[in-house]
Design a binder for this molecule. Structure first.
Ligand code: HEC
Length: 100
């Protein structure tokens, strides 16, 4: 019985903190819109857009923007932006096989 009560209150905590987060959150935007908004503050958006990097390299770049240059992005946004960049601007473009 005690186990169930603890379990319930933990769930309740998640539920309430979830509501608090959402209450202050701006409506969810697309990852590309988030990237363009956050990464065009100090330099042109062309700066990252002209680069091709692996996921690891994008991660290092975004973390450098955040930690060294003080880009105002949260850890969660860092993850979203890194995921977006490494699929939209990957180091190795996949070239379709044309046969021959
Ligand atoms: C607070 C200011 C600031 C913000 C916000 C910012 N940057 Fe930068 N960025 C810089 C500065 C300063 C440089 C040049 C020095 C350097 O490369 O570290 C730079 C350079 C770059 C470069 C070129 C160098 C390289 O490593 O290829 C890329 C790419 C880049 N930024 C991507 C981003 C991305 C992606 C974001 C969004 C997550 C972002 N920046 C947000 C300040 C910022």
């Amino acid at each position: 019985m005690r186990g169930a009560a603890v379990c319930l209150s933990v769930l309740l905590c998640f539920f309430i903190s979830g509501m608090l987060v959402h209450a202050t959150d701006t409506p969810k935007e697309d990852s590309d819109a988030l990237f363009e908004r956050k990464c065009s503050v100090c330099h042109k958006i062309d700066r990252p857009k002209s680069q091709r990097k692996t996921q690891e390299e994008w991660k290092n770049t975004v973390i450098r923007m955040k930690n060294i240059h003080r880009a105002p992005i949260t850890d969660e946004e860092t993850k979203v932006i890194v995921d977006y960049l490494s699929s939209a601007y990957p180091r190795y473009m996949r070239v379709p096989y044309t046969g021959g």
